[in-house]
Each structure stands twice: as C-alpha cells, then as structure tokens.
Design a protein around this ligand. Sequence first.
Ligand SMILES: [Zn+2]
Ligand SMILES: [Zn+2]
Length: 248
Amino acid sequence: MRINIRNCLQIVRKADEKLLDFLYPPRCPICDKVVLPEDKICPECRKKIHEAADPVCMKCGKPLSNERKEYCFNCGKRNYNFTQGRALWIYEKEVKMSVYRFKYQDRREYAKVYASEIVKKYGGWIRDKKIQAVIPIPLHRNRKRKRGYNQAEILAEEIGRMLDLPVYPKLLIRVRDTRPQKMLNDAERKNNLKKAFKMEENIVQLNRVLLVDDIYTTGSTLDAAASVLKDAGILHVYTCCISIGKDD
Ligand SMILES: [Zn+2]
Ligand SMILES: [Zn+2]
C-alpha cells in the first residue's frame, strides 16, 4: 500500500472506529444487550418492532388504519411546510424505550443502527428526491450542554456518512428553549414553536434537504423548522424520523 496522506487518514479512521467499538460496543437498540456488529438487532427483537409500513400518509409517512385514506388526520386538516416525510418504526413499547435510552441515557451508539435501517428502507427515496444535505433538528444550547449531545445530530451524521451527503448541524439553530410539547394544545404548540428556530445564512445554497429528528408526533416541530428553512430559500424540505405514531 502506498503511504500518502489519504491512506494515513484511512488507517487513523479505522483505528478510531475500533476504539469506538471498544468504548461503545454495538448494542441491540431494542433490548440493549451487546450484539455482534453484523447482527445490529437481535432476531427476537426484530419480531417485537413494527415498521411504519404501507399504507402510510402520503404527506408525513404515518401508518394509516384505513387504506382508502390518502392522508392522516393531521395532514388532512393542516398544511405542513415540509414536502414529504418518512419514518422507520411505529412509536410503541420497545421502540419508545429504545428512543428514550438513545435520547436520555447516552446510548449514542444506537444511531448507527437506526441510520443503517433508515438507509436500507429509505435510501432509494432519499436519492429519488435528489436530497443535497442532511440537517438535524437542533437542540437549544442549554439543553445540549445539559444532555451532552443532540441525538438528532448524531443520527443525521450517520445518515450523511452512509449516503455520502453533507451534514449541516449548525445551519439551523434553536434560539428558544421551548417547553415540552406534550401538554399543549395545537394553538399553544404553534405559538410555543414560533420563532424557536433561526437559520444561519443559506451560504451553501441548498434546494432540497432532509430534516432529521427522533420522533414524529404531530409534526409541529419539523413543520416550524421546515418553515424557517423555506424562508431561507430552500425549496423542498423532506423529513425523516426514527419513529412515528399511528393515525388514530
Ligand atoms: Zn435485542
Ligand atoms: Zn400525515
């Protein structure tokens, strides 16, 4: 092998990955047990989780109970700023616990598994949409400092790396530390999220981006972020999440 800077960097990167595997051994994100890297998710755990499979809402990707419907309840009554969204798993039981550990218990290594599952399922969709970059939903700096990391950013980095797309974690910033959205009604949510995001200048001139987050509930957070991105001149904002609720 020729020794040049590129080769050296590759060797360092490989060693880096080995060290990371040692510090953070790959774990099944569903049961949290250490698994072989090639397994990613235990076969028994795979049976417990449900993909956000067809029929899904044409807009947000939420699984529909009635296949004659085109849109879920929320998308039927609201006009979202994002063009289309997709999600990996239904947000229930094991998936709920998995995302919780990823978010609050430092299970950052789950991002690799989530990303590879997302790429397996939606890599074609992402390419078809001619997406140019991946952007994570940002955390407010106070919250990021407290938690130590932004889970959406780690996920975005993995998706970008796997699809060879640039990731811009600083393009969108969260200027307001919004209260948890769960307890609020629709109007309060919108108000709460208004002006929560700000965009750094669209210096890279992007037209089609993928906005990444962990959970899709009502779509309000992604919608607010998408609106800011569109105001900055981005034409199409697509969304992708690890998990999503079912249509009621
Ligand atoms: Zn497992
Ligand atoms: Zn929908």
